[in-house]
Design a protein around this ligand. Structure first.
Ligand code: NDP
Ligand code: MG
Length: 386
């Protein structure tokens, strides 16, 4: 029997994290959990630790350290707290693959740290590539680290490319469900509340990405993520709305042939492909039935109404620290929307304002990204107060 693969799950208490644990639970002879990390949800982290018996757990929220430590006192599990500790434990010799599933900019430091230590990365945290795609991908290359996409669209493209890595890509099409407000107009969007935006038609996800999906910022972030993962020029990336979420994305090669990857929407599949690569692991996930989907449909994305997608393309084309500004402003915007402090459309206003006003840096280094993120958050918070 092959040796079990040792996995660290950063963000194990989240939507991706818990589904990664389901995959591991179902394949306990192939994978072993070495590290688990959470932030606010200490009880779930404790419960996961007791079930999976990792070497180490880290609770990012330091105020919950004593609570977690006490609950796990009877177990042979090391407990640490804080994001610095996450960045340190991912470098442990015993870890082979790190599932980067923290949400937002908060996941950047630990992902970079894992790459520096030569760990293979199953990447869910798309914001890492949006913020610092040039640094992250060149570091991965230097360290011989593969970034296996967990995001379903990027996993689809990666699956289409398997066996074709030597063939140039002409173009990729990222599919988008269109979210809960597909086909709606600006007047309607100006009235929507978080309860409506949190209802995604096809996917169950964390709150931030669910709002991003409703505003199409998620697709914008994914366009930038694709540029870095697959080494593409902006004009090689297109978005097509496909409300059924069955075709997860497509690649078009230079001979005009297109390959698509299909299946029912279920994140466990791309998660398991990312940690099992190059092998496909047998699963009992529900199978697609053509008769349930007599029509697969396609539409153009409405970037006039959903300005976030246009803003993301703009930031990608501009390059430098512009995507980092876009991301930070969006994180503040989503947080404010989730607290009912701003309306749905004001999220795009805030992102646009920050892109216009924050100092542009053409070739940022790591500290420039850290500074840009901080400056943008401060500026965005100031704008919201006025
Ligand atoms: P969730 O909000 O469900 O989970 C986020 C995880 O990160 C939780 O474990 C949370 O801890 C932890 N976390 C939050 N803030 C911090 C912080 N400041 N420091 C350390 N840890 C933190 O998000 P999702 O699982 O939905 O998404 C995770 C990532 O995967 C995102 O980047 C998202 O874009 C991407 N992704 C998600 C998909 C999905 O289907 N959910 C699909 C494709 C990509 P706690 O809960 O304990 O507070
Ligand atoms: Mg996606």
């Amino acid at each position: 029997m092959e040796k079990k693969k040792n996995i660290a799950i950063l963000g194990s208490t989240g939507s991706i994290g818990t589904q990664a644990l389901e995959v591991i639970r179902a394949n306990a002879d192939s994978f072993c959990v070495e590290v688990l990390t959470g932030n606010g949800n200490a009880d779930l982290l404790i419960q996961q630790a007791i079930e999976f018996n990792p070497n180490t757990v880290v609770i990012a929220d330091e105020s919950k350290y004593q609570y977690v430590k006490a609950a796990l006192a009877a177990y042979d599990i090391k407990v640490f707290a804080g994001n610095k500790a996450i960045a340190e434990v991912v470098q442990m010799d015993s870890i082979e693959t790190v599932i980067a599933a923290i949400v937002g900019y908060a996941g950047l430091e630990s992902t970079i740290s894992a790459i520096k230590a030569g760990k293979q990365i199953a990447l869910a945290n798309k914001e890492t590539l949006v913020v610092a795609g040039d640094l992250v991908t060149s570091l991965a290359k230097e360290k011989g680290v593969n970034l296996y996409p967990v995001d379903s669209e990027h996993s689809a493209i990666f699956q289409c490319l398997a066996g074709e890595f030597h063939n140039p890509i002409e173009k990729i099409y990222l599919t988008a469900s269109g979210g809960p407000f597909r086909g709606k107009e600006t007047a309607f969007l100006s009235t929507v509340k978080k309860e409506q935006a949190l209802k995604h038609p096809n996917w169950e996800m964390g709150a931030k990405i669910t709002i991003d999906s409703a505003s199409l910022m998620n697709k914008g972030l994914e366009v930038i993520e694709a540029k870095w993962l697959f080494g593409l020029k902006p004009e090689q990336i297109d978005v097509i709305v496909h409300p059924q979420s069955i075709i997860h994305s497509l690649v078009q090669f230079t001979d005009g042939s297109m390959k698509a990857q299909m299946g029912l929407p279920d994140m466990k599949l791309p998660i398991q492909y990312a940690i099992g690569y190059p092998n496909r692991i047998k699963s009992d996930f529900p199978r697609f039935n053509f008769m349930n989907y007599p029509q697969l449909t396609f539409e153009k994305a409405d970037t006039k109404t959903f300005r976030n997608l246009a803003l993301a393309f703009e930031a990608m084309n501009k390059g430098g620290n512009a995507p980092c500004i876009l991301n930070a402003a969006n994180e503040i915007a989503v947080e404010a929307f989730l607290k009912d402090k701003i309306g749905f459309l004001q999220m795009s206003d805030l992102v646009e304002k920050c892109l216009q006003t924050i100092f542009f840096i053409e070739k940022p280094n790591y500290s420039d990204y850290v500074a840009t993120d901080k400056e943008t958050r401060e500026a965005a918070s100031r704008i919201l107060k006025n």
